[in-house]
Write a protein that binds this ligand. Structure first.
Ligand code: T5A
Length: 229
């Protein structure tokens, strides 16, 4: 596909949304159009499923049923938003994707890995991220950040923020384990530093992994020889 598919993963309050907006801005300066989207959500039907899950209404069904709901939302998101954008040459920056199901429902929710593998295969149908940034930080630091932000908005903890500390610690290990198992796709970024430092680390990794999107499309157009054939 013409666009690059980049996902951001990590525990609660890791700084994904903050960094996605910064990256979109940088890419925009290079005339590299990027679409920002999120999971669960990112398409009208998937947003409905998001409200249902994060409102805690599927919790009593257990982690496998929740994984199926995340997958249903992902199918719609892929079909309506992600794949069309990639096909028209727009890069997609996605706040969480299939690795979150692996970590939250698979590892932390104790679902058999083989089952998660099968679900992922039928859900993604071959559309996998070109690059995944795993924003890593101690669970307590991320939860404190997310809690502060929610308090500022007068909101309470959502479905997963409200889980016990052990759940959040196992999430961190799950994301690190995904990164170890797929080193070509995943880059672990230390998210326990200032936003500018995190941004610089992400940009350096992007330049190393996907150099074609860190160059200006405008200057390429300027130097491209005329097609005289
Ligand atoms: N989920 C999702 C599953 O269980 N399975 C799945 O398959 C999927 C797709 C989604 C929930 O669903 C679960 C995981 C989640 O629990 P959400 O509301 O989308 O929920 O929440 P999160 O994805 O966790 O995102 P958050 O909004 O909580 O965190 P972000 O986006 O990682 O962090 P961000 O950038 O909003 O920053 C949080 C706060 O910290 C500050 C920001 O200003 C903000 O106030 N901040 C920093 N502070 C200090 N230093 C830095 N470097 C900072 N960077 C940001």
């Amino acid at each position: 596909m013409a666009g690059c598919f980049i996902t951001f993963e990590g525990g609660e309050g890791a700084g994904k949304s903050t960094q996605i907006e910064r990256l979109k801005r940088r890419l925009g300066e290079l005339a590299q159009p990027a679409l920002v989207t999120r999971e669960p959500g990112g398409s009208p039907h998937a947003e409905e499923i998001r409200a249902f899950i994060l409102g805690g209404r599927a919790k009593h069904l257990g982690p496998f049923a929740e994984a199926l709901l995340f997958a249903a939302a992902r199918i719609d998101h892929l079909d309506k938003t992600i794949v069309p954008a990639l096909k028209r040459g727009t890069h997609v920056l996605c706040d969480r994707f299939a690795d979150s199901t692996r970590a939250y429902q698979g590892s932390a929710g104790n679902i058999d890995k083989e089952l998660i593998d099968q679900l992922e295969r039928v859900t993604l149908r071959g559309t996998r991220p070109d690059l995944t940034f795993i924003l890593d930080l101690p669970a307590e630091v991320g939860l404190a950040r997310a809690g502060e932000r929610r308090a500022g908005r007068g909101e309470g903890a959502d479905r997963f923020e409200g889980e016990e500390a052990s759940f959040h610690h196992s999430l961190r290990q799950a994301f690190l384990s995904i990164a170890r198992s797929e080193p070509k796709r995943c880059v672990v970024i230390n998210a326990d530093q200032e936003p500018d430092e995190v941004e610089a680390a992400i940009w350096a990794a992007l330049r190393a992994r996907l150099p074609q999107i860190t160059r200006s499309r405008l200057s390429e157009d300027a130097v491209r020889p005329l097609d005289v054939a």
